[in-house]
Each structure stands twice: as C-alpha cells, then as structure tokens.
Ligand binder design. Structure first.
Ligand SMILES: [Zn+2]
Length: 315
C-alpha cells in the first residue's frame, strides 16, 4: 500500500506537482507495475507526460484514461486538492463551497467533479451487510441544485439497511426505489445483506418471503399507539434523519431525484467511515477507487436530468 498524507502539511508536500500526482495515481492503478490493458504485457516504457507505451504491442496508455480523471483539462494537483477537501471535511462539500475553496471559475466544474467523485464512493464488489440487519423505507424530498435552475420534485422513496452492532449501528446500505413492492424490497435485501443473516423489519407484508431467499426474518409489529416505528427500528430511523439533515445542511436540500442515488452513495461512504480518525486514509481510499471506476461524462450525468442542457463542456 502506498503511503498517504495524514495532515494538510504532508498533503501539500506530497502533491505539489503534476508529476507527483501522476506517479501516485500510477502506483494506485498498477500496484505491481504497469499492465497493458490490451495485451496484459508488463513491459513498458514511459513516453512524454503521463503516457506509458506497451513494449509488446505498442499501445500507449495514459494513467488517467479509463478513470474518473479521464479527459480533464485541469491540473491533477487541483483534483487532488478537491479530493483532500471532500474526504477531510466530515460532512463533505457542496458544489458551491468546493468552487469557492478551489477558486474555480465555473460552478458546473465543481458540480461535475463532485458527481464524478461520488461515482468512486461505491466500491465495486463491496461486501454485503451481515449479522442482524434492520431494514425500512423512508421518504426523502428534494430540489435540484443543478445546472438548469431549481426544480422541485416529488419526494423519493429510499430503503435503508443498517447492521445492529449491540446498541450501536454498524455499516449501512441504501437505495432509491420506485415503490415499496415485494420485488424491489427483496432485490435490495439480496444485493445488500448476506444470506444467512437476520433481517429485521416491521410488519409491511411485501417483506414476507425473505426466508425463502435464505434469511431469518424477524418481524416487529407496532403493538400499541405509543410505540412508533422509530423505536422499533431505531437504527434505520436514525440513519434516515441524519441523511435528511445532511441533504438539508450540506446540500441545502438542493438534490434532484435524478441524482439522489449518488448522494446516497456519498452519505453511505461517509457514514461507514465515520469513526475513522485517520482522514488521510479516506483520501487514499477515494483516490484508489477513482482510478478503478469507469469515467462518466458531464453529458451522461445530465442525460436524464430535466430542463435545458448547458452544453458539452470539458471540465
Ligand atoms: Zn500491450
């Protein structure tokens, strides 16, 4: 594992030049040395700037091609500063605050960078939750902060899973769903919770049938008027209220339904690492995942968003 900075001073010393950033990315991307994406050969030579040339097939590979940094015109030092800021601030950053901090002239660039980084916040093939897991749904409301002005949308339905860790909450998973149907809830549980685990829900009938999928299903039903769902499933309800507070606070409620999934990923990334004192390790993890996920263009990000497109800018 490559070293990572633990303080701002160390960060500034490590990543003051493009060369240093590129060398770090190539170490993360190819920890055992360069591997040609075309022919898997390990022999290469460096050409100018960030290009590797495969010694076997001649393919030229940029260290940022096929990563979230693909096609960027901005210096990697600026990207690294964005990632440092995003991971060292406990609640993250809104596009507006990131724009100010980095001195970016374009709000759209800050917005797009944050969305690109959110796509790196889900680890491909990550582990599922296990043990005893609470599952329940909640409504999340939102407005779009995006590039085409504010638009109010209807509330979105989000299903949340939270591990019971004694009296505390372990890891979480969440997903936006179209409806609280059996099909969607079962699919979420299967994607998020290891079979053999205990799934703890309320009496909502679409949850029935989880035993047939390999789970132990523990149902707690509201038995009196005094009991509320938040007492029966306290962890998911606490997570839901933290999520809503974060969307209202950090993002000022300015999140559209089209992009909500990625905010859920960011919230989950932060929540599951909330007790980590070592923020530098989060920086390292996010960079590591940023070179492992496929790039997404601004055009792809706004493809499904409503309203006027603002053009195909390179950011
Ligand atoms: Zn090759």
């Amino acid at each position: 594992m490559a070293g990572y900075p633990r303080t701002l001073t160390e960060f500034e010393a490590m990543f003051s030049t493009e060369e240093a950033c590129r060398a770090y990315l190539s170490k993360l991307r190819w920890p055992d040395g360069f591997v040609c994406p075309r022919c898997q050969s390990r022999a290469s030579w460096s050409t100018h700037r960030d290009l590797f040339a495969c010694a076997a097939c001649g393919r030229q590979v940029s260290v940022i091609a096929g990563t979230v940094f693909q096609g960027t015109r901005k210096p990697l030092t600026l990207w690294f500063r964005a990632i440092w800021w995003v991971t060292t601030q406990k609640t993250g950053a809104s596009a507006l605050s990131l724009q100010k901090i980095l001195g970016l002239s374009s709000y759209q660039t800050a917005w797009t960078w944050l969305h690109k980084l959110r796509r790196a916040m889900v680890r491909p093939g990550r582990d599922r939750l296990s043990g005893r897991v609470e599952v329940d749904e909640t409504y999340v409301g939102g407005e779009e902060e995006g590039v085409s002005g504010r638009q109010t949308h209807k509330k979105a339905l989000v299903v949340i899973a939270a591990e019971e860790d004694g009296t505390r909450t372990g890891r979480i998973r969440m997903r936006r769903i179209a409806s609280a149907s059996r099909k969607e809830l079962h699919a979420f549980v299967q994607a998020s919770v290891e079979s053999g685990s205990t799934v703890h829900t309320d009496g909502w009938s679409p949850y029935q049938g989880l035993e047939a999928l390999g789970y132990t299903h523990d149902v707690t039903v509201v038995s009196s008027q005094e009991e509320s769902a938040s007492q029966l499933l306290p962890r998911v309800h606490r997570v839901a209220s933290l999520l809503k507070r974060w969307l209202r606070g950090t993002h000022q409620g300015a999140v559209s339904r089209e992009h909500l999934d990625y905010y859920l990923d960011e919230f989950t990334f932060r929540f599951n690492r909330r007790t980590s004192r070592d923020r530098g390790k989060l920086f390292y993890r996010l960079l590591q995942q940023a070179v492992a996920v496929e790039p997404t263009s601004y055009r792809q990000m706004v493809k499904h968003a409503r309203g006027r497109r603002t053009g195909d800018h390179k950011i």
